[in-house]
Design a protein around this ligand. Structure first.
Ligand SMILES: [Zn+2]
Length: 242
C-alpha cells in the first residue's frame, strides 16, 4: 500500500509512544492509573486549582522529557525523508516525532514545546516554563507581565482544540490517497473522523494499533502488535522496492 500510494498521510496516537515508556491514559495502570486525567488535566482544574494542576503536570513534563523516540517514530521520520509520507498528524504532545527527525507534524492536541498565558498571550519556551514552576513556592509558574498562572502548550480537557491544526489535518486527509494510522484507537473526535474522510474519497486505510478501532471492518490493512517492529519491517520491504 505504501509503495502504490502517492499521497500517504500518517496519523499517530498514544500507542506509538508506549514503547518509549509513556503510558496511554486509556489503558490501566501507569501514571494515569492514579489520577482521573479528565479531571486533573482539565481547564477547570487549571483555572480553579492551579497548585493541584501543576502538582500533576510538572512531574509529567520530566517523565515525557526523559523518554526517547522508538523505532516506530524513527520509521515514520524515514518514510517522510523518502518522500513516501507527505504529512504527519499526531494526537501526541510528547514531541517524540520531532526528536526522531520528523518535521512539521500537525499536533492536533497541542504540544509540550512552549508555555503561554491564556490571559495576556505572553509566551515562553518549555525550559523557561519549567524554571518558572521550579522557582515558585507553590510550584505554579506565573506570567511575568500579568501574574496569571501559565499553562503549557498541551491542550487540556475542556479546552478548544487548535483550530488551525484541525483545519490542516482535515486538508491533509482530503488530499490523501492512503492513511496509515499508528497507535490510535480513533476514539477522540474530531481526529476520529480523519480516516472516514480518506475512505469516502476512495483512499486506502491501514491501521496498526493494538486493540479495536471503529474502522476495523473498513480498513484495507489491519495489524495488531508492536508498531516499532512492524513499521521497521515495512520500511525495510519498502526500501527494497524503491
Ligand atoms: Zn499574562
Amino acid at each position: 500500500m505504501l509503495a502504490e500510494a502517492e499521497h500517504v498521510v500518517v496519523l499517530t496516537g498514544a500507542g506509538i509512544s508506549t514503547e518509549s515508556g509513556i503510558p496511554d491514559f486509556r489503558s490501566t495502570g501507569g501514571l494515569w492509573g492514579k489520577f482521573d486525567p479528565m479531571e486533573v488535566a482539565s481547564m477547570s482544574t487549571f483555572l480553579h486549582e492551579p497548585e493541584r494542576f501543576w502538582g500533576f503536570h510538572r512531574p509529567r513534563i520530566d517523565m515525557l522529557a526523559g523518554a526517547d523516540p522508538n523505532a516506530a517514530h524513527k520509521a515514520v521520520a524515514q518514510l517522510q525523508r523518502r518522500g513516501v509520507v507527505k504529512q504527519l498528524i499526531t494526537q501526541n504532545i510528547d514531541r517524540l516525532h520531532a526528536r526522531a527527525g520528523s518535521e512539521d507534524a500537525i499536533e492536533v492536541h497541542g504540544s509540550l514545546d512552549s508555555g503561554c498565558c491564556i490571559r495576556c498571550g505572553h509566551e515562553v519556551d518549555i525550559d523557561e516554563l519549567v524554571a518558572m514552576a521550579d522557582a515558585a513556592d507553590d510550584g505554579v509558574p506565573r506570567c511575568p507581565p500579568c501574574g496569571f498562572q501559565m499553562k503549557s502548550g498541551v491542550i487540556l480537557f475542556g479546552e478548544s482544540l487548535p483550530a488551525e491544526a484541525i483545519d490542516r489535518a482535515f486538508e491533509a486527509a482530503e488530499e490523501a490517497d492512503a492513511m496509515l494510522v499508528v497507535g490510535s484507537s480513533l476514539q477522540v473526535a474530531p481526529v476520529s473522523r480523519l480516516p472516514g474522510t480518506v475512505l469516502r474519497r476512495g483512499g486506502m486505510l491501514a491501521i496498526l494499533t493494538e486493540g479495536p478501532t471503529p474502522y476495523d471492518d473498513e480498513a484495507h490493512v489491519r495489524l495488531n502488535g508492536k508498531a516499532g517492529k512492524q513499521l521497521t519491517e515495512a520500511l525495510a520491504e519498502l526500501e527494497a522496492l524503491l
